[in-house]
Design a binder for this molecule. Structure first.
Ligand SMILES: [Zn+2]
Length: 190
């Protein structure tokens, strides 16, 4: 008797939908757009590479940056030699240049869940939501730590999955509620 091709196909599809393949991205893939809490108006401001002073041979981490806020018009530039990448989840995360709190973050009972931007947050959400997680080939060798490999243990634990996905939802909800950040009480935008 022949096996039912249809049934095995269905099973395979179910497995694939829960699969996460590590895209091997690192934090350097996400620091070209960092959304922070604006020091001027408490709305969402963006930290992006500044066009001036661009050195094609320079490290992306130390490329000059500009913090801009559409809400209040704030604009600051950074060109320094010291950028501090946030590590760990024990305290709220800040951007590496201006030291402003990240916009996309929330506290959980395990620690702070944070992301530089929505794409970064989505990577975390897809990783946490997947039932099958494929590691990048060099995961064990330590040649290059991918962003997913660097995630703290509490985010990787399957038993925390629902809680973390809820936390991601809370980040989305609070950032949506806060937008547009600079709407005036009478409803007109600045
Ligand atoms: Zn502002």
């Amino acid at each position: 008797m022949r096996r039912s091709a249809g049934r095995s196909h269905t099973r395979r599809m179910a497995l694939l939908s829960g699969r996460f393949r590590d895209p091997r991205s690192t934090e350097y893939d996400f620091i070209s757009l960092i959304v922070v809490r604006c020091p001027g108006c408490e709305g969402a401001a963006r930290v992006v590479p500044a066009p001036e002073g661009f050195d094609p041979g320079g490290r992306i981490l130390f490329r000059p940056r500009r913090m801009v806020c559409r809400g209040c018009g704030l604009s600051r530039t950074w060109s320094g030699r010291l950028a501090t990448l946030s590590r760990g989840t024990a305290r709220p995360a800040k951007d590496p240049y201006f030291g402003m709190p990240l916009w996309f973050q929330v506290e959980t009972r395990h620690g702070w869940l944070w992301a530089y931007n929505l794409e970064h947050l989505d990577l975390i959400r897809r990783f946490v939501g997947a039932s099958l997680r494929e590691r990048a080939p060099w995961y064990e060798t330590g040649q290059k730590m991918t962003l997913v490999a660097r995630l703290p243990v509490w985010i990787k634990r399957a038993k925390n999955r629902d809680e973390i996905l809820r936390a991601v939802g809370r980040i989305h909800a609070s950032s949506a509620a806060a937008r547009p950040a600079c709407r005036r009480p009478n409803g007109t935008r600045t």
